[in-house]
Design a protein around this ligand. Sequence first.
Ligand code: PLP
Length: 375
Amino acid sequence: MSLEDRVRTEVLGMLRPKHGGDVWGRLEVKDFSSNVNPLGPPERLNEYIVEAARDMINYPDDRCKELKEAISQRYGLPAANIVVGAGSAELIRLFPEVFVRPGDKVIMPRPTFSEYGFACQLMGAKFMDVPLPEDDGFYPEISTLIDAMSPGTKAIYVCNPNNPTARMLTRKEVMEVVKEAARRDIMVFLDETLLELSERERDVTCVGEVAANDNMFIIRSFTKSFAMPGLRVGYGFGSKDVVRYMDAARLSWNLGTIEQRVATKLMINEQEHVRSAVRLLLDEKQRMRDGISHILKRRIPLPDSYFFFHPLRSLGVTSPKFKDMMLNHNVLVRDCSSFGPPGQSYSRFCVKTRESDDEFLEAMKATVEELHSGR
Ligand SMILES: Cc1ncc(COP(=O)(O)O)c(C=O)c1O
């Protein structure tokens, strides 16, 4: 028997999901490819890390009690509704491990964040892809999502706002999906990690709905709000029953002591840092839109989130080529080809601080000029 015969069918031919943020070792490059807090981490992050690192001799608290209490305080939900993970990525993996059996159908609006598909593929799910309508600026039609629900469907994925399209549904729209899914025994996986830095967060979040709806699970993360992808801390909300099963199946000691203690401090002490970023992004998003519109000599639409999913067809350039050209000006944008069609014709880049955004606009202006002059 060859090794291939012994490997699970789902794993054969599996490819690692692609992500932005590949700036390692290139300090001169400004990273616009990953959507994190433009202010960077709070000033006291290092202090928190050093303090937490004093106690490495003991195993971490497997229940993550203090961190869950801090999250509970911030969101006004009992700790029994909260599960924590090594990044929300761990919870993305855990969800199908708990709920998806081989052959179950999962509804996947596309393009969207690749980790959902990766985790579902591993569990042997069948994909029901729902292409997001490009002509309508990628706003999902709620009726289309509901129409995709058919016998054998186990889960539907909703990323709000969606990565990479930057489109946001209202709470009413998301709950319409949740209610209809409940009638058909379908789980809703809702990713709110990109909502935390939005000025509409309070109006749009569905966290307050989880206790009463046991067919939904919501993820959040420290990565974006506190600009710390290097420390892996995410969390999720569900009904007590949903959380009980998720918690039963998760990896033991999934969060190290440093992660737990630092995240607890951030949740309690550093909310103002997140609020400052929200205010900054709101202004900068408009300025960036105006700047890009000026360069392209046409008005471009404002994204619902703090990153742009920008069409490249009129510039006659592909996503990887645009990335390379921008890199020549020390700006990293996200090559969107890995999101599948029509990602090849789009670039994703985030909004940062005024100074960085000016550098971005300079790089974009130079790149567009090069494209126009055929260089
Ligand atoms: C939409 C979305 N959800 C979840 C994640 C995972 O983030 P983390 O594991 O750092 O919490 C990402 C990371 O890029 C993302 O873009």
